[in-house]
Structure formats: C-alpha cells, structure tokens
Design a protein around this ligand. Structure first.
Ligand SMILES: [Zn+2]
Length: 290
C-alpha cells in the first residue's frame, strides 16, 4: 500500500475544533514508530479537475473565504489546503490506476461536500474528484464509504451516474441525517448507535457483494475512524483490531485496484493504531494473495 501525505496539511487549525492536525500527525507518527516505509508527496488538484466536480460558485466561495458554516470553519488559506487535500486523493487514485493500491492521509475531509455546497468539515469532495479523475481512464468506479457518517456529498454528486456505484454504511440517527434508503446507483446501510463491528460486518459483507456484482475497474474507499468506540462524535463501538478485520474482508473480497481516502475520525488516542491495524490487515491479505 502506497501512502500519500504532505506535512503542510498539518498547518491549519481552528481552536477547539475536532477536525484538528493531531488527527493526522497521530497516524503519521504511529507509522513512523512502526518503521513504516516512506510516505509519498503530491501536488494540489488542478482547478480544471476541481471544476469538473464543483460549481464555480463554490470554488469562488472557498477561494475568497466568502462563506459561513457553523461546522466548517472559514480559515485563512483554506482554499490551498482543500486543493492540496484533493490532490492527495487524486495521487492515490492515480497510483491505483497504475495498479498499486494507495491511501491518501489527508485533511480536510471531503465526503459531505456536494457540487455546490460545503459542510460537515468538508470544502471539496476529495473522493468525488479522485473518482472523476479515474473515469477519464476506466469505465466503472465503485465507492465504498466506511466513515461513520453518511457521505451525502459523494452520493449527491454521483446519483444516477451509471458508471459509478456508491455504497455507504453509517450511523443513523446522526449528522447529516441522510442515507436512510437505497435508490438508483446508491446503496445505503444505516446502522443504529451502539452497533459493534460484529453486527456491522453483516452489512459490510453485503456491501462487498454489491461491489463484486458491479465489477468495477477501480474501488475508492472513503475511510473514517469515527466508527471507533472512543470517537467523540458518534456512538458506534469498533475497537482498534476491528479495522484489521475490516481491511482483510475488503482486500480478500475485491479484486480490482483500490485507493483509500481518509475522511473522519476524531479520537486522537486511538486513530494511529486503528489506521495501522487497517493497513496490517490489508497488507497481510494482499501479500498472501499476490
Ligand atoms: Zn465522519
């Protein structure tokens, strides 16, 4: 698994906000401690690609710091950081197109941003931008959203796009309140608060089955760690080692190249080990198979 990261993504912060730089530094420091290979750099997304997903209105709002959202802070230079984050997703997607599975360790997250709206700590939809990049080269892209929240932005961008399926497992009730039903090419699995991985994985098996039947050329995973027991924003009950089993299930169930984009996850104490568990499960499965 190739890992993409740039330390500039640690530069911005909003006091008291859960989407803080420590989320990402905790993961990177943990990987370093475990002697995990080098991290790859990347560039900002091009404005041309950005405008294939988002409206000029939204791009201008973010660029000119001309917006207000109670959850999604208006921070100096946030346009630069949002474009850099999206660039990480595109770099991971390109790596997968070159048949090397990859993960973008990025912030701000993206899956709540739609074509013409921001929200939920997200400015631009990193996953949608990366998937749009893939659709220039391949025919079919599947998106699996395993953040604890529903990826309403990604769903709104790709609904009825027949070369894409969107599959999401998420807590309900919770922000943003969407994702209760499946329709068209969008498959939603809402789970109740207090759900542990032992129950969640029944839906994951179903989600993997849907993806296998779609037979995508590439799979993008929106990966969030706010499904963790100690996460301050949600009430799901994953423990660190559940991410190991989650990764094994996906890596053994899906045969196409995969890119992963980091979304949420706000418990600093557990996010490093949880990510490392996911990576270990992934690499263990892939090394055995390949
Ligand atoms: Zn989330």
């Amino acid at each position: 698994m190739e890992i993409f990261f740039r330390k500039e993504l640690l530069e911005y912060r909003e006091p008291e906000h859960p989407e803080c730089p420590q989320r990402l530094s905790a993961i990177v420091n943990f990987l370093e401690k475990k002697g995990k290979k080098q991290l790859h750099s990347f560039e900002q997304v091009s404005e041309t690609l950005l405008l294939e997903v988002h409206s000029q209105r939204l791009v201008n709002m973010v660029k000119n710091n001309n917006f207000f959202d109670p959850d999604t802070p208006n921070i100096p230079d946030i346009y630069f950081y949002a474009c850099l984050s999206a660039g990480g997703a595109v770099a991971a997607a390109q790596s997968a197109l070159d048949r090397r599975d990859a993960c973008a360790l990025i912030r701000p997250p993206g899956h709540h941003a739609g074509k013409d709206f921001l929200g939920g700590f997200c400015y631009f939809n990193n996953m949608a931008i990366a998937a749009t990049h893939c659709l220039k080269t391949v025919k079919k892209v599947a998106i699996l959203d395993l953040d604890g929240h529903h990826g309403n932005g990604t769903e709104s961008i790709f609904k009825d796009v027949d070369r894409v399926i969107f599959v999401s497992i998420h807590q309900h009730p919770a922000y943003p309140g969407t994702g209760l039903v499946s329709f068209s090419n969008c498959y939603n699995f809402p789970v109740k608060p207090n759900t542990a991985f032992s129950d969640y994985k029944i839906f994951l098996v179903e989600a993997i089955g849907l993806i296998r039947r779609f037979a995508p050329d590439i799979l993008g995973i929106s990966l969030g760690f706010d499904t963790h027991l100690d996460d301050p924003l949600l009430q799901l009950r994953f423990v660190d080692s559940d991410y190991y089993h989650m990764a094994k299930m996906i890596a053994s169930g899906v045969s196409c190249p995969v890119f992963i984009v980091l979304e949420g996850g706000y418990d600093i104490a557990s996010i490093g080990n949880s990510f490392f568990c996911f990576l270990s499960g992934w690499e263990k499965t892939k090394n055995r198979n390949g």
